[in-house]
Design a protein around this ligand. Structure first.
Ligand SMILES: NC(=O)C1=CN([C@@H]2O[C@H](COP(=O)(O)OP(=O)(O)OC[C@H]3O[C@@H](n4cnc5c(N)ncnc54)[C@H](OP(=O)(O)O)[C@@H]3O)[C@@H](O)[C@H]2O)C=CC1
Ligand SMILES: CC[C@](O)(C(C)=O)C(=O)O
Ligand SMILES: [Mg+2]
Ligand SMILES: [Mg+2]
Length: 343
């Protein structure tokens, strides 16, 4: 089995004498900054003036411009949206890099697809949590953590691995498990997972199920509870104990239906299309398309985002969640975060 590291395998001393700049205070940025700070490390956040800046100040974090934070830090973690990283790196980070600094990423996209080419005299590594930033923060506060991958692209100082592991421990990943990877493996598996299973595959499955029931004349509210709301409860069982645990909790009727109908929905053709998706990631076709979409100011991204927000499942869901105070509460917390910054 691959070696999985936990807190007691890691000595964080190497990071204690260093200043860490977290560039960006969005989903991952706020989680890394606050977790590292509470783990006892010296953190500064690099931002432009705006919503995130105000939120970080409100959270009691030291905030400076991207250039200033990069200049004074030894370890610079770039937690900006992937598509904006290359220009901000060129303008405000690269001119402030010193030999022996560490340049860090939570996703390998820009290094792997050559959008950022760092100088040879800095360490370059990734610490990539395998979960959304808000959960990196929430689980840390609960005394738990989200697993993370680490990978070394350049080891100019000979300390890159030790610093990467200390960083991963600082954000709470050592409570859940830390695995070694490469930039190529992290980039390709992360893109595949989010497109085929976690985000793209799941959204498409949920919408198709909802539409099938509504088009057959069933109430949209019933379809919403069946195909979206209950998914969280089922996924909790998967998270806690895998497929077996989920199947232990559901009825035998559901389990038989799972065995009989699941493979009719996701069959060999689906798997062949998954392989196409993976191939587009591996060849760089997906990355090229996303880079061009951004260069054109995101016309397709914006149009699809608007259309998706108007889908019937979203309208029905908004209404139903208003009537569930326990779900609504979480939504309000999230909305506050979103309205105060972009995370
Ligand atoms: N989202 C996630 O859970 C995960 C993300 N990752 C990776 O982490 C990295 C960060 O992603 P994510 O957290 O989603 O990013 P977000 O979209 O949440 O980041 C937004 C942050 O970037 C800041 N920002 C945007 N443009 C600029 C700019 N021009 N100058 C200064 N600050 C700017 C925003 O500030 P402002 O308020 O001023 O706009 C905000 O603080 C990416 O590499 C991503 O692939 C990895 C694992 C999971
Ligand atoms: C699943 C999406 C993700 O890869 C993540 C939260 O891990 C992302 O890029 O946001
Ligand atoms: Mg991911
Ligand atoms: Mg991702």
């Amino acid at each position: 089995m691959t070696k999985v590291l936990y807190n007691n395998n890691i000595n964080e001393e190497v990071l204690q004498s260093k200043k860490i700049a977290i560039i960006g205070y969005g989903s991952q940025g706020h989680a890394h900054a606050l977790n590292l700070k509470e783990s006892g490390f010296d953190v500064v956040v690099g931002l432009r003036q705006g919503r995130s800046w105000d939120k970080a100040v409100e959270d009691g974090v030291d905030v400076k411009s991207v250039a200033e934070a990069s200049q004074e830090a030894d370890v610079i973690m770039i937690l900006l949206p992937d598509e904006y990283q290359p220009s901000i790196y060129k303008e405000a980070i690269e001119p402030n890099l010193e030999a022996g600094n560490a340049l860090v990423f939570a996703h390998g996209f820009n290094i792997h697809f050559n959008q950022i080419v760092p100088p040879a005299d800095v360490d370059v590594f990734l610490v990539a949590p395998k979960g959304p930033g808000h959960l990196v923060r929430r689980t840390y506060e609960e005394g738990a953590g989200v697993p993370a991958l680490y990978g070394i692209f350049q080891d100019a100082t000979g300390q890159a691995t030790d610093v990467a592991l200390a960083y991963a421990k600082g954000i709470g990943a050592g409570r859940a498990g830390i695995l070694q990877t490469t930039f190529q493996e992290e980039t390709e598996t992360d893109l595949f997972g989010e497109q085929a299973v976690l985000c793209g595959g799941t959204s498409a499955l949920v919408k198709a199920g909802f539409e099938t029931l509504v088009e057959a004349g069933y109430q949209p509210e019933v379809a919403y509870f069946e195909c979206l709301h209950e998914l969280k409860l089922i996924v909790d069982l998967l998270y806690e104990g895998g497929l077996e645990n989920m199947r232990h909790s559901i009825s035998d009727t559901a389990e038989w239906g799972d065995f009989m109908s699941g493979p009719r929905i996701v069959d060999e053709d689906t798997k062949a299309r998954m392989k196409d998706v993976l191939s587009d990631i591996q060849t760089g076709k997906f990355a090229q398309g996303w880079i061009l979409e951004n260069q054109a100011n995101r016309p397709r991204y914006s149009a699809i985002k608007t259309a998706e927000s108007q889908h019937q499942i979203e309208k029905v869901g908004r209404e139903l969640r208003e009537l569930m105070p326990f779900v609504k509460q979480k939504a309000i917390n999230k909305k506050e975060v979103v309205s105060n910054d972009t995370n």
